[in-house]
Design a protein around this ligand. Structure first.
Ligand code: ZN
Length: 190
């Protein structure tokens, strides 16, 4: 699956928004990728999951771990295509924790799967959860890497598409400077 096909799918589902947004990282941007618009269609989620699975298959993961909520659907679809388990970590008491009932066996080959990566903070946090649980993280993957710079992790990283959308600290945001105020399309409760 090539980048332009992924973006066409986002445009088709109205998942590529333009405006003035505050991302979950706190940074401002003129563009926002709303994965929910695409992933609400199970057939699109399955298509993206299968494509990402094909890309990460050489890493030979035996389990997928995603951060809730954004990573759950795509993580599930990647795991289905790979024929492995799909786990997620949830935010509890301020930290990211493996969901009760899920286990990672010592040394198990874990692949971290997210929807969109901007700064990589959430992926790094999820890598830490897997490592703390005894897993061996073999890689990370996302549908889209939207960082201005290609994101770097200590493990191999794969994305279906790279869509660099500039981000700004609110103090340096040209749209704020022009008198606008940012909205939060990506808030986890929206
Ligand atoms: Zn702004």
């Amino acid at each position: 699956m090539i980048s332009t096909t992924v973006l066409d799918l986002f445009r088709h589902c109205e998942g590529l928004l333009e405006g003035h947004f505050q991302l979950s990282s706190g940074l401002h941007s003129g563009g926002y990728l709303q994965c929910a618009r695409v992933l609400q269609h199970p057939e699109h989620a399955a298509t993206l999951g299968a494509a990402l699975a094909q890309q990460v298959a050489p890493l030979e993961p035996t389990v997928v771990l995603s951060p809730a909520l954004g990573g759950v659907v795509i993580g599930h679809e990647v795991a289905r295509a790979l024929g492995v388990r799909a786990l997620f970590a949830e935010r509890r008491d301020g930290g990211l924790t493996l969901r009760r009932g899920f286990e990672i066996t010592p040394g198990e080959r874990v692949l971290i799967v997210e929807d969109v990566v901007t700064t990589g903070g959430s992926t790094r946090e999820t890598i830490d959860v897997a490592t703390a649980a005894g897993g061996a993280v073999v890689g990370a993957a996302a549908i889209i890497d939207r960082g201005a710079e290609p994101v770097a992790f200590d493990v191999p990283f794969e994305a279906l598409a790279r869509v660099p959308l500039p981000t700004y600290d609110s103090a340096a945001c040209p749209m704020c400077a022009a008198g606008g105020s940012a909205t939060k399309p990506g808030s986890r409760t929206a």
